[in-house]
Write a protein that binds this ligand. Structure first.
Ligand code: ADP
Ligand code: MG
Length: 707
């Protein structure tokens, strides 16, 4: 295949400079490009009808000879009228404004015609039928290529060139061993290319598509696995001995024993997996996907406790300062009463120390915190990404937990590794958490260099948030009424303001205006808070505190409340102009309520909508399952949303999909890739596959860099 990629289409007989240029405009320059220009559909011309058998209104192919051909001038339009016949009878074929048909179909020509039979003034006729001049494709299943009008290349021209290329290519070498092919029921490469371009049965085409889609996914998986191996090659990780100890980590056991509730099964499994990773010398790289409220913080806390038990430092990174502060409070609560060994301390133990490092820490406190970190007196530090800058010395870094950022990817990981190694230190374990799950198939592909754990279970007693799309002002009155009722019960409500183009200052202003409006209209008499991204940090914090304590039981906000804000008393979420938001964003917003055993509501305000936006809001009404919503989002918006632009450039997905329909195929490709790549990123044993991946996904150089 890689040779074909280096062979220009110009080597083909029928491909002179003009055609070559036109093909290039369609993005087809090599023979491989040509062979991977796949038919969009097929025309089944195997069964031909007799002219006499044609039934009015039903389309069919007939093979007939042109008996008479003439041009009929008719009211400004040119009409070409043919009489065609086979042994069973004759009929009229009429073309409007297709004068070239006279040249194409002179009397005596045999051709295939396809169209529905019409009866016009008692005359049987076909109007503007499809025509296939008697050629190699008649009586067969004819491929229909994505012809490009702009470039001036017709489907039949592509078909001709593909025929020639296939004839000349002969057999294709196959990088997938026969054993795997027969196990997975995959046809070989040669069958696949001939089956997709010139199937004898429609089933051939289907099998061919499956094989070629598999190959696309296989290349993607091989690529991802090689990157991972390169990243891990020679990497020294931290062995967290507490995790490896028989009976597991004592601190984790103590942490769990102190909880006022039992773990969910999913939490138990996740903690087991994380601790097992931490016990190994290979650095962990795990993604923890869990719906809003599924209890990810606790999994992080367990990992951090285990890390601290062995005398290592853990970092928890949050996307915003507000969230960092919230995590800091949670971790103080969860970990603050545990003790770690400290030979310098009285009795050899001291309390596990959790610190907070954000941009707004006064200089003096910051210095003090950095000193404690450097001296190894802080076990856990919570902060924003600023924590991982060279100014912060973490002499015994053992674990990094990243919250709400599954894009903490290869580059950051490589940077972290480089930094640690430059200092002669082990590479820490990495746990990435997200409440915006991406479908498993996609995760396995895009984020293939990490392991995925799912928290697919909510703690018991949670009530699903009742979600309603309210279209008219009279329907929407229900939302405001609910807000008033809940506030009267001592609960809280959020009102999320419409998005404003170019956001920032304008959005802040609009939010302030909406607060004023609500204060004198729907929500008159209720103290309303205001939260937006333009507020100085301390005002943000004050607004959240006033809301949490109930002094302002309604918080009018922009999407800054989207991620992670945790006020259990909140029971109503009103999203204005909800059609502007994406599925994931709405689901995140909804996750701000329903955080206790109290019943909760989410109201999506939007006038009647159609199309994709409508599907989105209906999906939110129908389910509160973030994994299901992620699938719907992928179906609606396509692979581009999960494959970032960078990854998309690195894939050659033409037939394969990361959507539900290819879930099984992705898993199979993964298994084969793991088997073929093994522990060898150079693919020494698989030269064919290596060439192909390098050639189609952009060369080996990329593996050596940071991606
Ligand atoms: P998220 O996954 O959204 O980050 P959190 O970790 O913030 O979820 O947990 C949400 C809430 O659920 C917290 O108040 C937490 O104390 C509580 N929680 C976590 N695990 C359990 C459990 N197994 N049973 C009951 N409540 C739990
Ligand atoms: Mg969280």
């Amino acid at each position: 295949m890689s040779q074909l990629a280096r062979l220009e289409v110009g080597v083909l007989q029928g491909c002179g400079p003009v055609r070559q240029r036109r093909l290039a405009e369609m993005g087809v320059t090599s023979v491989l490009d040509l062979l991977t220009t796949y038919p969009l559909r097929y025309r089944d011309q195997r069964r031909l009808a007799q002219v006499a058998e044609l039934v009015p209104g039903e389309a069919a192919w007939v093979r007939a000879v042109v008996r008479r051909a003439r041009l009929v001038p008719s009211r400004g339009r040119q009409r070409v009228e043919l009489v065609v016949a086979d042994s069973s009878g004759a009929l009229t074929v009429t073309f409007f404004n297709q004068r070239f048909r006279l040249r194409q179909l002179p009397e005596g020509t045999e051709a295939l015609f396809y169209g529905p039979l019409q009866v016009f003034r008692g005359r049987r006729q076909l109007t503007n039928p499809q025509v296939d001049l008697e050629g190699r494709r008649s009586g067969r299943i004819a491929p229909q290529y994505p012809a490009s009008e702009r470039a001036g290349v017709a489907s039949w021209e592509i078909a001709q060139l593909v025929e020639e290329a296939l004839d000349r290519a002969g057999r294709f070498a196959d990088p997938v061993p026969e054993a795997w092919r027969s196990r997975l029921g995959l046809v070989d490469r040669t069958q696949a290319f001939s089956g997709i371009h010139r199937p004898e049965r429609l089933r051939d085409a289907a099998l061919a598509r499956r094989r070629l889609a598999f190959d696309e996914l296989l290349r993607l998986q091989v690529d991802v696995l090689r990157r991972r191996l390169v990243l891990e090659a020679g990497t020294r990780g931290v062995v967290h001995r507490a995790a490896a100890a028989p009976g597991g980590s004592a601190l984790v056991r103590e942490l769990l024993a102190r909880l006022p509730f039992a773990l969910t099964g999913a939490q138990e499994r996740a903690i087991d997996q994380v601790l097992a990773d931490m016990a190994r010398p290979r650095p962990m790289h795990r993604l923890l996907q869990g719906d809003v409220g599924s209890g990810k913080t606790l999994v992080a806390a367990a990992a951090l406790a285990c890390c601290a038990e062995g005398g290592y430092q853990g970092v928890l990174l949050a996307p915003t300062e507000v969230l960092a502060e919230q995590h800091h409070r949670s971790l103080l609560r969860l970990l603050g009463e545990l003790e770690v060994e400290d030979p310098g301390a009285l009795g050899g133990r001291r309390p596990l120390a959790v610190g907070l490092l954000t941009g707004r820490l006064p200089a003096g406190q910051r210095r003090q915190l950095l000193e404690r970190l450097e001296a190894g007196q802080l076990d856990v530090v919570v902060g924003t990404h600023a924590v991982l800058t060279p100014a912060v010395e973490l002499p015994r870094l053992g674990l990094v937990v990243v919250d709400e950022q599954h894009r903490f990817g290869v580059a950051q990981r490589a940077e972290l590794r480089a930094r640690q190694e430059a200092a002669g230190r082990a590479v820490p374990d990495l746990l990435v958490m997200t409440a915006t799950p991406i479908p498993r198939t996609a995760a396995m592909t895009v984020l293939g260099d990490l392991e995925v754990t799912e928290l697919d279970e909510l703690p018991p007693g949670r009530q699903p948030v009742e979600t309603r799309w309210l279209r008219t002002p009279s329907e929407q009155a229900e939302a405001w009424e609910r807000v008033r009722q809940e506030v009267a019960k001592g609960h809280r409500a959020y009102v999320v303001c419409p998005l404003v183009a170019d956001g920032g200052a304008k959005e802040a202003k609009a939010a302030a205006a909406e607060r004023e409006r609500l204060a004198s209209a729907e929500l008159a008499g209720i103290p309303l808070g205001l939260l937006h991204g333009q507020l100085p940090a301390d005002e943000k914090e004050a607004a959240l505190a006033a809301f949490a304590e109930g002094r302002t039981p309604v918080l009018v906000a922009t999407t800054v409340v989207e991620v992670g804000v945790d006020v259990p008393e909140a029971t109503v979420m009103v999203v204005e102009d909800a059609g502007q938001f994406g599925i994931a964003q709405l689901h995140q917003l909804r996750g701000r309520v329903g955080r206790s055993a109290r019943p909760s509501w989410c109201y999506l305000l939007a006038s009647e909508l159609t199309g994709e936006t409508r599907t989105r809001l209906e999906a939110l009404e129908a389910t509160t399952d973030g994994f299901a919503l992620a699938e719907i989002d992928l179906e609606l918006r396509g692979e581009g949303t999960v494959l970032g632009t960078r990854q998309r450039g690195r894939s050659d997905l033409k037939l394969a999909s990361l959507r539900r329909k290819h879930r099984g195929l992705v898993a199979q490709a993964r298994a084969v890739a793991e088997d073929l790549v093994g522990e060898d990123p150079d693919l020494t044993a698989q030269p064919l596959l290596r060439d192909e991946v390098d050639c189609l996904l952009g060369g080996t150089g990329a593996y050596l860099g940071t991606g």
